[in-house]
Every structure is written in C-alpha cells, then in structure tokens.
Design a protein around this ligand. Structure first.
Ligand SMILES: [Zn+2]
Length: 281
C-alpha cells in the first residue's frame, strides 16, 4: 500500500511501556460480568482477559520505539486515517454521520473500557469506549505464526477492527449483546460468525476505496485475502488442537472470511453487507 508522507490520524494514543497498577480494583467483576470484546481471532471476553492478566507485572520503564516499530506505528496511523476518510464518505450515502474510533497502542497489558486486556487477546475493539486496542507485536505473530505477510495483511487487521466500530455505530453490536444470554452458546456462536464475517466485508469495502484512491499496490489484495484466510477458525483449530469443531466457530472458516472480504471489496458499499438475513454464509 502506498502510505509514505500521507495523512496520519489524530485519534491514536500511545500507551506502550506504561505501567498498569490497581488490578485489585477490577478483580471483583471476575466471573460475574462478561463484557464482550470484538477480536480478530476467536475468544475474547473480560473473564478470559482477566485470567490472562494475573501473571502480568507492572512495568515502569519508559517505552523506546525501535526504527521498525516507528515505521509500523506510522503505517497504522495512516491506515486509521484512511478508515476515517472512507467511512465518513460511505456512511454519508446511507444517512449516517461517522464518528471515528480511538486507537490505543499498548504493550503487555492495558486498561480498556471492557476490562484489562493483554497481548494474548490479539487486536480487539471495545464498544464501551469505542476504541481499537492494538499491541504491535501481534503483527510479528501474524507473520510468523499465521503466515500472513505484507503490509496489507496488517491493514486488513486494522480495517476489520474498525469494521466492528462501524457495526457499533449502526446498532449491530447492541443487538448482538441483547441476544447473548437469550440463546444457547452454539446459537450465539452462529451470530458471532455472522458478525465477524460482516466485519471482514467492511474491511473489504475499505480496501476498495484504497484501490479507488490509487494507493493499492500489486499483491496487496492477495495479502489481505491470505490474512483473512489465515485467521479462519478451521485453520486455527487445526493448528492449535489438531482437529476442527464447527459448532465452536466464532469467526468463520478461512474460505468464508476471505470470501466475505472479497465481497466487500467487489461491492464497495453496504449494499451486500447483511450477513444476518441469508441462509448460506
Ligand atoms: Zn472481529
């Protein structure tokens, strides 16, 4: 993607290397309230997040960015700025005014409006504070563990999380939160898959605008499709446990994820985005 010397977003906050004390203050909610966060990968509610945090240590050393990290954080900032421009334009056509999310960069662990999160959550969106949380070390994992390489793989991840913000603005996340608790876990997983494929579609719409603006480079689209495929539930389950349990899918298969991304790319607006009212996903 062409991104050098382009506009960076003002909505990024850098919390890398910041200490997070006061863990006990939120410990009382453990096991009682489950607050959903919207992730790129499977899993992700506050109780998982808190359990993962217990071994984390406070770190008061000021954070020093390497040259590579600096380049990456600048890239993230340009991608976020692009989402701001694009969603303002697209949503205007549907009568909505776009209010952009914040994006917080963190390392190790961070307080979010959805509880304490750490790097193991992967990138996520918290609807409570309308913020995308990102630990840049995830992108190493994306490349090394998931085999998704290239800058547009990273751009896809950010565009997917911003897609959850668009869903939040349009009331979809509220509907999902309402459904939770009224249906069985298996049924809820099905809703979750539809939600996640819709976020992939929205990432595709974003990519379409990047193309129309002339910033898409040779191979970018393949990088995004490959990344969407790499984070499919079936592929991850096969990698981590050696077998696949479709009922437990929360994000969709590799094939579904890349196909819905591509559908968004081909459509370029919200006209085909409804993943909730079709039988075959
Ligand atoms: Zn997601």
């Amino acid at each position: 993607m062409r991104w050098k010397d382009r506009r960076k977003s003002d909505n990024i906050e850098d919390k890398r290397g910041k200490s997070i004390g006061g863990f006990a203050a939120v410990g009382g909610t453990l096991g009682i309230i489950i607050i959903l966060i919207y992730t790129l990968l499977g899993g992700g509610n506050i109780s998982d997040v808190l359990n993962n945090f217990i071994n984390n240590e406070n770190n008061t050393t000021p954070y020093e960015e390497t040259a590579e990290e600096k380049e990456l954080s600048e890239f993230v900032s340009v991608v976020l700025a692009d989402t701001e421009d694009i969603w303002t334009e697209v949503l205007e056509d549907y009568g909505y005014q776009y209010d952009p999310p914040k994006l917080i960069l963190f390392s190790d662990a961070v307080y979010s409006g959805c509880g304490i999160a750490n790097s193991q959550s992967g990138p996520f969106y918290c609807p409570g504070d309308k913020t995308v949380y990102l630990d840049l070390s995830f992108f190493e994992e994306l490349q090394n563990r998931f085999g998704a390489t290239g800058d547009f793989a990273i751009a896809y991840v950010i565009a997917h999380e911003v897609g959850h913000h668009v869903q939040n603005l349009l009331g979809i996340l509220d509907q999902i939160q309402e459904i939770q608790g009224q249906v069985t876990q298996e049924e809820f997983n099905e809703y979750s898959v539809r939600l996640e494929l819709q976020a992939d579609y929205l990432a595709g719409v974003w990519a379409r605008y990047i193309e129309e603006l002339g910033y898409l480079e040779e191979g970018d689209l393949e990088e995004a499709l490959n990344a969407a495929s790499a984070v499919g539930d079936d592929r991850i389950q096969k990698q981590t446990q050696g077998y696949v349990v479709p009922d437990s899918f929360t994000h969709g298969t590799s094939e579904q994820r890349s196909r819905w991304f591509y559908k968004g790319f081909n459509t370029g607006n919200l006209d085909n985005w409804d993943t909730f009212n079709i039988d075959e996903l």
